[in-house]
Ligand binder design. Structure first.
Ligand SMILES: C[S@@+](CC[C@H](N)C(=O)[O-])C[C@H]1O[C@@H](n2cnc3c(N)ncnc32)[C@H](O)[C@@H]1O
Ligand SMILES: [Zn+2]
Ligand SMILES: [Zn+2]
Ligand SMILES: [Zn+2]
Length: 318
């Protein structure tokens, strides 16, 4: 692919934050800053049958893979498009039966290894940052993280070594898992249900702020980055890596543990919203089982109504 970069954006070196993304023009609130197809993605096991394994579209009339009967597709094109990845799991899922249990990260890493083997050029997901350039922070791994990493590597060997010839060596796999942990994304639908995991290299170029100027949403397996604050030429583009409902100390701990940096954004310095956040957390302290049951019942009904309305809207506008 000829690299034309991303219109209105530039990769730059952000003081104390490594590489980052900078705006070259103005973006209004709500404007699409850029979109990025996934480099690699995997549908979560719980959503099998409800969403297409390739494009993540939710529909009732998916058809299943005739061999394993566990992967579902919109049509033959989606099935063909996914085969180079699904073949890693198709036979293995049948062979392992109930013992098939690789984690989602392991499933994603297996796909990334295959993707790297068939990719010879910069992909449309890597206009400003290549997957191979991802930060791994190997020097900051403690013994606990090392152990988790070893467990993932063992699972990859156990479930996939028959289907991926010559798996990378121990050191390369350690780096690969560390890169995915530090740069990977989880995909949610509009109801915030977890749909799967993926890597979007250009989206991973954005550094974190607890007062971000963009948010990332998903259309199938395409990430859309939209402005939530006005962005001016020269501004750094900041995304949030974490749930911002938590007070400063909790956020800092989480960022240091998962992403190895101490956040010094305006929100972490001023702590201006901590009091409100503490109140919200207090309100969300454990509820009675009956209360939870009634909330789940209510939420399920609302979701069902929402889906029905969306379905009719789609039919009307076809
Ligand atoms: C998804 S990557 C972002 C791109 C990264 N700067 C790079 O050069 O590859 C996440 C890493 O960026 C750095 N980072 C992100 N936000 C930061 C911030 N607010 N302050 C310091 N470092 C940050 C940390 O090293 C973190 O592990
Ligand atoms: Zn599909
Ligand atoms: Zn199959
Ligand atoms: Zn912060």
């Amino acid at each position: 692919m000829k690299n034309e970069g991303i219109e209105g954006m530039e990769r730059f070196v952000s003081p104390d934050k490594g590489r980052g993304l900078q705006a070259l023009r103005h973006f209004a609130v709500g404007e699409l800053v850029f979109a990025c197809p996934s480099y690699s993605s995997v549908l979560t096991e719980n959503e099998r049958g409800a969403h297409c394994d390739l494009c993540f579209t939710r529909r009732e009339d998916l058809f299943k893979c005739g061999k394993c009967k566990q992967a579902f597709y919109c049509n033959v094109d989606c099935q063909r498009g996914d085969w180079s990845m699904h073949k890693l799991e198709c036979v293995a899922m049948c062979a392992y039966g109930e013992n098939w249990c690789p984690s989602e990260t392991v499933r994603l890493v297996a796909r990334i290894i295959m993707k790297q083997r068939v990719t010879t050029e910069r992909t449309p997901s890597e206009r400003l940052l290549l997957f191979s350039e991802f930060e791994a922070h190997l020097d900051k791994m403690d013994s606990e993280k090392d152990e988790l990493n070893q467990t993932d590597i063992a699972a990859l060997h156990h479930f996939y070594s028959k289907h991926i010839s010559n798996l990378p060596d121990e050191q390369a796999l350690t780096e690969l898992f560390a890169q995915v942990n530090c740069n990977g994304f989880t995909i949610e639908d509009e109801e915030l249900s977890h749909l799967g995991s993926a890597v979007f290299p250009d989206v991973a170029l954005m550094n974190h702020s607890c007062s971000p100027n963009v948010i990332v949403t998903y259309k199938g397996t395409v990430a859309e980055v939209r402005a939530v604050q006005e962005i001016n030429p020269g501004d750094e583009i900041f995304n949030s890596y974490i749930d911002l409902l938590y007070p400063t100390e909790d956020r800092k701990e989480r960022l240091l543990d998962s992403y190895f940096f101490t956040c010094q954004c305006t929100e972490c310095t001023s702590k201006s919203k901590d009091k409100e956040k503490m109140e919200i957390l207090k309100l969300s302290s454990p509820s009675e089982p009956e209360e939870i049951q009634s909330m789940v019942y209510y939420a399920k009904n609302v979701i069902e109504e929402f889906r029905r309305a969306k379905h009719y809207k789609n039919i009307l506008f076809l």
